[in-house]
Write a protein that binds this ligand. Structure first.
Ligand code: BJW
Length: 252
């Protein structure tokens, strides 16, 4: 027995019919070398999130906020998907009824081959004009030290969802819909603190889903899940994908 061996009930669900939802957070990218937000060594350690991740912060000090995101883009561009990302992509290929809903903005699920990721908090690789709202994708790692300007003259900002901002409507609607229909929910690498994403597992469980938390540490969700697999997602998710019969590349 070890701490992250799936139960027989979970293995049966992984092999059986019914949609699976994987809700992921920053912890899933930790083994790719990207810092999480909270906890020791997290991005918010020693920083006030309100000074970096709010529309007010960007309005007050666009250079500071841009520098933070320019650094994040560079780190994400260097990173590679790890065995956890690859396992979810393999599970999706093997079953066809698995969807990844992520709070992450790094693009690593997509780079691992997950075909239709629901991005709740936007993307580091999208830029949005603060003036006319137009969006464009830009995958260059280095866009310089100053926020670029839109054709209309206003600054372009990172296309991520900051505190106090609404999540993208289509994505949040789809995520709630997937939660209500899921038979199994894998909640991996999130502190389950940030709303509304944190409410998805409870909605799924109320609708009858079996909810599993994959996280080395306990979270506010831990007490109300059906099963906890207390290990790193890069080790646990490949086991789950293999239990479902998926061929997993563990190299990352
Ligand atoms: C591992 C691991 C390994 C480590 N393997 N695991 C009270 C109730 C309801 C809402 C609120 C409330 N008070 C305030 C709010 C609102 C607020 C909120 O939820 N705040 C909370 C902090 C309390 N929410 C919002 O503002 C949201 N919008 C909103 O509510 O809009 C309302 C509205 C409606 C209509 C019109 C207008 C407004 C928006 C939230 C946006 C969050 N944005 C950020 C930044 C995105 C851009 C960026 O990347 O910079 O999103 S904040 C940050 O937190 C980021 C993340 O996506 C998000 C979640 O973090 P996550 O992923 O859980 O990471 P961590 O670091 O917290 O946890 C990592 C976990 O991994 C840990 O548990 C580790 O143990 C684990 N781990 N290694 C597996 N190897």
């Amino acid at each position: 027995m070890d701490a992250f061996r799936p139960s027989d009930a979970l293995v049966a669900l992984l092999r059986g019919p019914g949609p699976i939802l994987a809700l992921t957070g920053a912890g899933v990218s930790a083994e790719s070398g990207l810092a999480t937000f909270r906890g020791p060594g997290g991005l918010w350690e020693g920083h006030d999130p309100a000074a970096l991740a709010t529309p007010e912060a960007f309005a007050r000090d666009p250079l500071l906020v841009w520098r933070f995101y320019a650094w994040r883009r560079a780190r994400a561009a260097e990173a590679r998907p790890n065995a956890g990302h690859l396992a979810l992509a393999a599970l999706e290929r093997a079953r066809g009824d698995v969807r990844v809903v992520t709070q992450n903005v790094d693009g690593l699920h997509e780079r691992a081959g997950s075909p239709s990721v629901v991005r709740l908090h936007g993307s580091l690789w999208t830029l949005r004009c603060v003036g006319d709202g137009t969006e464009k994708e830009d995958f260059r790692a280095d866009l310089g030290a100053l926020p670029p300007r839109c054709g209309c003259g206003a600054f372009l900002r990172p296309g991520v969802v900051w505190f106090g901002e609404a999540l993208p409507e289509r994505e949040i609607r789809e995520a709630f819909d997937l939660a209500r229909r899921a038979r199994l929910v894998l909640v991996a690498g999130t502190s389950s603190l940030v709303q509304p994403a944190a409410s998805l597992p409870r909605i799924a469980r109320d609708a009858g889903a079996y909810v599993v938390e994959v996280n080395p540490d306990e979270t506010p969700l831990s007490a109300s899940v059906d099963e906890r697999l207390a290990g790193p997602s890069g080790a646990v998710l490949p086991r789950l994908a293999e239990a479902a019969g998926a061929a997993v590349d563990r190299t990352g």
